[in-house]
Each structure stands twice: as C-alpha cells, then as structure tokens.
Design a protein around this ligand. Structure first.
Ligand code: NAP
Length: 504
C-alpha cells in the first residue's frame, strides 16, 4: 500500500474506479481538515454524478464479468481472506490516517482497524457456506429448491466516525457473496477508503469489484443513491440523511440497509456494582468524545443511587485527560468537525435554557495548547427531563443528561420514550430484572453489565428511527443476497394448460 499520511499530506487524492485512480470529472477537490488545528491537510476528489455513473458502470461490468461471476465461492473466500491479511498488515498506517482525518484517538482507530481483519475472515469463511433449501411442495414428482444469489451492485455510504470499521462490516459480506460495490466515504474521511482500495487490487480482486468515489454527501452520495443500477444501498449515518437516502432508493425500488442514529438509554439500578456502572457510563458517553452511534446519552439512575453515581461519574469525568489524539496518554481528543463542535455547544445552550444544571464540563478546555482544535470537555447535566432537547435529539458529542427513576415501570416508560431504538445498557445484579429489561426495551442491541462492546459475529442494527437491516453476523450476509425459488417437474406428464397446478 503506497498511501500513508506522508504520501497524501498537502496533495490531492483521486477516485478509484475500475481498478485505477482517476481524477474527478469536475476537476474540483474538497479539503479534509485536521481536527486538532482546523487546518486542511489534503484534498479529496469532489465527485459528481458523472463519476458515480462511471463507477457504477464499472461495478456492473465487474458483476457480470466471468472473472467475478464464475469465480468459485471458495476462491472468492480466499480473496477476502487475503484482503484481511493485507488490511491487518497496514492497520497502523490506516489507523493513523483515520486519526488525522477524524481526530479520534490513535490507539482507538488502530485498534478498530486491527480488528477488521477478523471481520473479513469471518465473512471469507461464509463465502462457500451460503446455501439454499430443498423444500417439499406436496407434489411427489417435483423437486423444489431455493438459491441464495448475489444481488448486483451495492452502494455503500459510511460516516466519518469509524470509517474502516464500517467499510469492513459492509464490504466483507458483499465481497464474500459475490456482489460488487461502489463506496462513498464521508467527505471528512476519504483517506482510509482509498488506502483500502489499493489493498483490494493488491489482494487480486478483478477490477471494478470495488470502486471508491469521494465527495460530498449532497453530490456524490445523492447521485449514488439515485442511480438506477444500484441493487441495494448500505447506508450508515444520521437519521435525517437516512430518510433522504431511502427516498432516493425508493425512486428505483432499491432496498436499503439503514444503520442510523441513536439516543440510547443507559440504566443503573441501586443493586449494581456502582463503580463498574460509573465506569460504563463514562465509556458510553465520553469515549470517542461521544461520537458513537451507540453513545449512552440518556442516563437513568435509580433514585436511591442517583447522588452516588452522579458523584462517581463527575470524579471520573474530571480526571479524563484531554489532548492530542496521537498522544498515548490522551483519553479524549477533539470532535471531528467544526460543525460537530458548534452542534455540541448549541445543545449545551439548549440544556441550560430548558432548565438543566451542568455539573461537569460544558465548555471547551481552557488549555492554550488545544485552543486551535475542536475540543470539548466531558459534560454532564442533572435536573434533566426526558422531553428536553438534550434528551430528544442525537448530539454526537461528550454530553449526557442524568435522570432519576422510581421503579421498573417508570424506567421502561422513559427509556422507550424516544424516536430512536439503537442500543441500551443496564447495570444490575438482578438477572430477572435485566432479562425483563432486555425483553421490553425498544433497542436492537442490549448490554447487560457492559457497554460499547462490539463483535463481528453478532447482528446489530436499530429499530424505529435508528434504522432497519442488520450489520455483522449471518444476518449481514443474508441482507445482500436474493432468494430464488426453482421448481423441476420430472413426472413426464402433460398437465392441463388452463389450470394452475396447485394440487398434487
Ligand atoms: P451523515 O451526515 O448522515 O453522513 C453519513 C454519510 O452520508 C456520509 O458519507 C455523508 O457524506 C453521506 N451523505 C450526506 N448527505 C447525503 C445525501 N443527501 N445523500 C447520500 N449521502 C449523503 O452522518 P455523519 O455526521 O457523517 O455521521 C454521524 C451519524 O452516523 C450519527 O447519526 C451516527 O449515529 C450515525 N452512525 C450510525 C451507526 C450505526 O451503526 N447505526 C454507526 C456509525 C454512525 P458527507 O460526510 O460527505 O456529507
């Protein structure tokens, strides 16, 4: 892989279409900013519908070409496994580019990228294990079976918060099953997607199987989701964008897989290990500066444990080391975007206006060394109600509101009183209570005595305005197949042509 921070700093990156790097047709480029100082550090191709057309056409040709279509499943699996090795070998360089692009901790991004080879290997192993069924149909002289087939060209759109992790989760099942893809990364994090493209070629995939088109969501992203040759859209991003994408997809009846935003409830009962629970709350909302779809941003604590838990979270929050994301000691880096910092500040203002009380943070760090970056302190509010803007909207920053609850009924009512349904966490030693919560909460992912744990084997995906479809696990590969039913009549009988054969 030739790409690295040094190779692109101060330069322009291109699109990756049909196995080659190509300049955007418009000749325009967009800046990618370093969140630690607000300076642009390279420019990515600002693609338009013409580039998207070219990429989709290349992916369509590749899908139909015998090089890919007639490759055995086992061969395909081997290619995906080879890609796993290559991504693993370059995890440090890819993680470093992601940190420079999105400001998240270097150790977190390298850990995320280092984990993705497991995702590729998991789906590589599935390539020759996806099978249909043989189905009896009450007609003894007929044979009936199903085929699970690839669906075609899949458009993949990922956000900036965990680019390579989401690229892996979306590309691996598609490549394993035999689809081809056009990937549009966020305008803020183009580098890792292009580095990944280089590895696809090094692994030996036929040209056109993976294409990367960079650019703005409103430009390249919009064109990709409208394109009539896209068989399915895998979208990860905010709920409002997801609605636009789904509307575009509906214009040509393309199904979508929607991994959207959240406002996840994070619950502590008074019987819990309160130190572990407080630690979990910190992990849920302050890790990654809260820029996590599953952020536990609505914290509910039983009234008997409320003061103690709030005190513990404040203590831990004050001790968080804010600093440059590449420093080994740093626990909280900057927010990825200036717009994100503005949003966090706006919502802190709304919380105060709505009557909440800030008991931790609430401002940018008063440290001259960090003044040029988009940093924000870990922030906690009390005197909070679930209907405040702080609790209704996804903020995507290190900001949580803590609310007290009376009993399980009161808790469930408040926990489910949100348009979102992505994740939920509960801390309690009472397994019956934990199981009742897991059964009744409207969330696609439930953590009991843990939070923000991920596994490529485990299907995740939200309910309600958090989306539909699953990511990871067997469910993910099924999402990208189509099911065909085949019937064979071996009776040798000529049937009445005017009557549909229903009976045996
Ligand atoms: P976003 O603004 O919705 O953008 C997501 C992606 O969509 C980006 O690549 C973006 O490109 C693109 N996009 C924007 N407008 C588009 C349009 N009109 N048509 C097609 N594509 C368009 O979200 P974000 O701020 O990047 O990411 C944060 C959001 O992602 C949060 O809501 C978070 O909860 C969610 N998320 C969900 C999951 C999950 O698994 N459920 C995981 C991670 C993140 P540009 O960046 O170039 O505009």
């Amino acid at each position: 892989m030739a790409m690295s921070i040094a190779s692109i700093e101060g330069k322009r990156t291109l699109n990756f279409i049909d196995g080659a790097m190509r300049p955007p047709k418009s000749g325009r480029y967009l800046p990618s900013f370093d969140p630690t100082n607000g300076e642009p550090w390279y420019e990515a191709a600002d693609s338009d519908a013409g580039d998207v057309d070219e990429a989709v056409a290349a992916a369509k040709r590749a899908f139909l070409s015998p090089d890919w279509r007639r490759m055995t499943q086992t061969q395909r699996g081997k290619l995906v496994a080879k890609l796993a090795d290559l991504v693993g070998a370059h995890a440090a360089a890819i993680g470093a580019m992601e940190t420079r692009d999105n400001g998240k901790l270097l150790k977190e991004m390298v850990a995320q990228v280092s984990y993705t080879p497991e995702t590729f290997r998991y789906f590589a192993g599935m390539a020759d294990k996806i099978q249909g069924d043989t189905i009896p149909i009450n007609k003894l002289d007929m044979f009936n079976f199903t085929l699970r087939e690839p669906i075609g060209v899949v458009g993949i759109i990922v956000p900036w918060n965990s680019p390579m992790y989401l690229i892996a989760g979306n590309c691996a099942p598609n490549l394993a099953i035999g689809n081809t893809v056009v990937l549009k990364p966020s305008e803020h994090t183009s580098a890792s997607a292009l580095a990944f493209a280089e590895l696809v070629i090094e692994a030996g995939f036929p040209k056109g199987v993976v294409n990367v088109v960079t650019g703005y969501g409103s430009g390249a992203g919009d064109a990709l989701t409208r394109h009539p040759d896209i068989a399915k859209i895998a979208f990860t991003g905010g709920t409002e964008t997801g609605k636009k994408v789904a509307a575009n997809a509906a214009s040509h009846l393309a199904p979508c897989n929607m991994e959207l935003g959240g406002k996840s409830p994070h619950i502590v009962f008074d019987d819990a290990d309160l130190d572990r629970a407080a630690n979990g709350i910190v992990a849920g909302i302050f890790a990654a500066a809260g820029q996590s779809c599953v952020a536990g941003s609505r914290v509910f604590v039983h009234k008997r444990a409320f003061d103690e838990v709030v005190h513990k979270v404040i203590e831990r929050g004050r001790a968080v080391r804010i600093g440059h994301p590449t420093d080994e000691d740093t626990q909280l880096g900057p927010l990825a975007l200036k717009a994100q910092l503005d949003k966090v500040q706006r919502y802190v203002g709304y919380a105060v206006e709505d009557g909440a009380k800030c008991v931790l943070g609430g401002r940018q760090p008063q440290n001259a060394a960090l003044a040029r970056g988009w940093y924000f302190e870990p922030t906690l509010f009390v005197n909070v109600h679930n209907d405040m803007r702080l609790c209704r909207d996804e903020i995507f920053g290190p900001v949580a509101g803590v609310m007290a609850f009376e009993d399980e009924a009161d808790l469930m009512r408040q926990a489910n009183d949100t348009v979102y349904g992505l994740a939920a966490g509960i801390w309690t030693r009472d397994i019956d209570r934990a199981m009742r919560f897991a059964r009744d909460v409207d969330a696609g992912l439930v953590w009991i005595n843990c939070y923000r744990t991920a596994a490529y084997t485990s299907p995740s995906g939200g309910f309600k305005s958090s989306g539909y479809g699953k990511h990871n696990g067997f469910e993910a590969i099924r999402e990208y197949t189509r099911l065909k039913n085949v019937m064979i009549d071996y009776s040798g009988v000529t049937h009445d042509p005017f009557v549909m054969r229903m009976k045996s």
